[in-house]
Design a protein around this ligand. Structure first.
Ligand code: CUA
Length: 314
């Protein structure tokens, strides 16, 4: 199967991609053929029956039963073929294999959270084993998003107050882009993620590692990696520039004006509260849009992020 992609299609990374492409190509080629046929004939007739010096009488032919049956029956057969071919792939895309590994996907402005079995979770990067069907159970905490992986040819709406399901099976290890395909606000275009397909053994060891925190990494260094892996950077800069949320640079131990007019000092407790209960104390000039990280960060991770923010004020 093609792995590099073409001018029309991205590389194919899932077992369903070849089927989807086959339907796409069938419709494309048949459509192109008839486009050329119809436009070609139209152009030919425009030329052939163009206005002459001395026009003859217009013929009195008004219809042709044989011709009309042909141009009704042939297109009807073609669209029936499209339906049958497309419906078979549609069923395949929508019937999740019984032995699929289930992963919960939660979308919120503007990030993707993944929950694996055994309490492991990740943000913006979905790690899955190759050669194994993966069932995704999707929901949103705020507005409608759409889970779109072009290489896998899957796209599924992600809704608040309702679960949707999709599945895929990646054929080989590799990386694939994950996009949000439903306009969901200011950060929509930055609601990007990655699907990392790894061999089964590597997935198992990743699960183990994700579950056990490596205590040997210094807090500040750990916080720096979390700032990226937990996608804090999508709203908080580390260079002092403005963004959706306050910058992290040079803020620690300073005072911040809150939206209710009161003032607090940015210390460990304020940062911890702002991570777990972001709407408790909103800094003036910012919207209460940060999602809670309750249950998504463990204590050592929060400690690490605090150490990282502190280091930006030294
Ligand atoms: Cu989420 Cu667009």
């Amino acid at each position: 199967m093609d792995t590099t992609g073409t001018i029309l299609l991205p590389p194919s990374g899932s077992t369903i991609a070849g089927d989807v492409d086959a339907v796409f190509n069938l419709i494309l080629y048949v459509g192109t053929f008839f486009f050329i046929l119809v436009i070609g004939l139209a152009a030919y007739f425009v030329f052939k029956y163009r206005r002459r010096e001395k026009p003859g009488l217009t013929s009195s032919i008004d219809h042709n039963v044989k011709l009309e049956i042909i141009w009704t029956v042939i297109p009807a057969i073609i669209v029936i073929i499209f339906f049958i071919v497309g419906f078979r792939v549609f069923l395949k895309m929508n019937i999740v294999p019984a032995d699929a590994l289930e992963i919960k996907v939660t979308a919120q402005r503007w990030m993707w959270a993944f929950d694996y079995p055994d309490g492991v979770n990740s943000l913006n990067e979905l790690v899955v084993p190759a050669d194994r069907p993966i069932k995704l159970l999707l929901s949103s905490t705020d507005v409608i998003h759409s889970f779109f992986v072009p290489d896998f040819r899957i796209k599924m709406d992600v809704l608040p107050n309702r679960y949707t399901v999709t599945w895929f099976e990646a054929e080989r290890p590799g990386q694939h882009d994950l996009l949000c395909a439903e306009y969901c606000g200011k950060g929509h275009s930055e609601m990007l993620g990655r699907i990392k397909v790894v061999p089964e053994e590597e997935y198992e060891s990743w699960l183990q590692k994700a579950f056990v925190i490596d205590e040997s990494i210094p807090l500040e260094e750990y916080g720096t990696t979390l700032y990226k892996s937990k996608a804090c950077y999508t709203c908080h800069t580390e260079d002092g520039s403005g963004s959706v949320g306050p910058t992290f640079k040079g803020t620690f131990s300073g005072d911040v004006m809150l939206s209710d007019g009161s003032k607090v000092t940015i210390d460990e407790n304020y940062i911890r509260e702002s991570i777990l209960n972001p709407r408790a104390k909103i800094a003036m000039g910012f919207q209460p849009v940060m999602p809670t990280y309750q249950g998504r960060l463990r204590d050592r991770e929060i400690d690490a992020l605090i150490a990282f923010i502190k280091s930006l004020s030294e």
